[in-house]
Design a protein around this ligand. Structure first.
Ligand code: FES
Length: 102
């Protein structure tokens, strides 16, 4: 059973931004929306480019490469050219630390 592991500090991700991290060899993007944090696989389901290069719009991450959009809470693909979802991960904040379960 997966345990929560520390992956980042809250101060590393300012409101409205998305940042790339690695844990156990997996690229993980974490975004901050109104000081709520969401994590998802840092790999677009269209052509595997990093989603952390993209932009947050509302509650979606927009892939900078070909414009696909994903819901950061569910990973659902909501805009072509992506069809498949991206994996999302459970997070919790303890003090200044962001912990993730992968
Ligand atoms: S790699 Fe993300 S839309 Fe193509």
């Amino acid at each position: 059973m997966a345990e929560f592991q520390k992956i980042a500090k809250t101060s590393e991700i300012i409101d409205g931004e998305v940042m790339p991290f690695y844990l156990d060899g997996i690229g993980i993007a974490i975004c901050n929306i109104n000081n709520n944090y969401y994590a998802f696989r840092d790999e677009c389901s269209h052509e595997t480019f990093p989603l952390a290069d993209g932009d947050i719009e509302g509650e979606n991450i927009v892939c900078i490469y070909h414009g696909a959009e994903f819901d950061v809470k569910t990973g659902e693909a909501i805009c072509l050219p992506a069809i498949e979802p991206v994996e999302v991960y459970e997070l919790k904040v303890e003090g200044d630390d962001i912990l993730i379960k992968i």
